[in-house]
Write a protein that binds this ligand. Structure first.
Ligand SMILES: Nc1ncnc2c1ncn2[C@@H]1O[C@H](COP(=O)(O)OP(=O)(O)OP(=O)(O)O)[C@@H](O)[C@H]1O
Ligand SMILES: [Mg+2]
Length: 251
């Protein structure tokens, strides 16, 4: 489906998520748009990761709507089907294959979505190699392709994991705390990388606690608190919102 600037990628309405009685998300409504970098911020336990779990089919909502492109009901699909629709997600903890080469990690990622046997048997095609080269350049690891992934720095591992998403050219990219544990230099480099992902045909959603980083990359910031949307706006707007300061920024 073609997607113009500012059209809705993910439509969420009246979302409720409960874990054995505990309300992790309550009546959450939000629209994530193509062409936009959205930051989701808020205190620990606010429900940020849970929101990504619902979009990617890992967690089922108790009620409410989650749609891709306003037509595809994501709440009715499993994780694999949702990934195949072009929704890519990086988890809070990196999950690269440390015993494989950097390039092999990207090869595995490009073949993911096929059956396991097919994935093992199939060879990487020329166009896939080209895509892997492009992604290596995007994530700044063009000189590290034949290194063992386990020998990369923490920051480089995070970039590799972002690269493993990018090989599939997703239209929706969800990144959970991409700069956690990074050095200042790595964080600055990650801000450039993520800013470079912005495209009229792509929605980028980033959960982060690093407010300087968020201010650098985000077009719009949504603040979650105790499973509810506390506020939404530019970084300046949420930074000066007394409720946001009280529950989060003023800590
Ligand atoms: N699978 C689960 N089973 C039970 N409770 C859960 C589950 N997943 C999340 N929770 C609870 O739901 C609440 C929201 O968790 P979530 O991981 O979404 O928070 P978060 O905003 O991502 O926090 P952080 O900034 O610490 O990563 C927390 O109280 C958490 O303990
Ligand atoms: Mg989280």
């Amino acid at each position: 489906m073609s997607a113009g600037t500012s059209s809705t990628a993910i439509y969420i309405s009246g979302l409720h998520v409960r874990f054995s009685g505990f309300a992790a998300l309550t009546n959450l409504s939000m629209e994530l748009r193509y062409g936009e970098i959205r930051a989701i911020i808020g205190p620990n336990g606010a429900g940020k990761t849970t929101l990504m779990d619902v979009i990617t089919g890992k967690t089922r909502p108790a009620s409410g709507e989650v749609f891709l492109d306003k037509v595809t009901n994501l709440a009715a699909l499993d994780e694999t089907s949702i990934a195949r629709l072009g929704i890519g997600r990086k988890f809070q903890k990196p999950s690269i294959f440390e015993a494989l080469l950097v390039r092999e990690n990207l090869e595995l990622a490009i073949r993911k979505g096929r059956g396991y046997a097919d994935m093992i048997r199939s060879h990487v095609k020329a166009e896939q190699n080209q895509r892997i080269d492009e992604v290596l350049a995007t994530i700044g690891l063009e000189a590290e392709g034949s290194r063992l992934a386990g020998t990369l720095s923490h920051g480089q591992k995070q970039w590799l994991e972002i690269g493993m998403l990018l090989v599939a050219d997703p239209h929706v990219i969800l990144l959970d705390e991409p700069v956690a544990g990074m050095t200042d230099h790595e964080t600055a480099r990650t801000a450039e990388l993520i800013a470079g992902l912005k495209s009229p045909e792509r929605a980028v959603v980033v959960i982060e606690h690093d407010m300087d980083f968020v201010g650098e990359i985000a077009d719009l910031v949504s603040v979650l608190h105790e499973g509810q949307l506390l506020g939404e706006g530019s970084m300046e707007q949420v930074r000066s919102d007394p409720r946001v300061i009280q529950v989060y920024l003023g800590r």
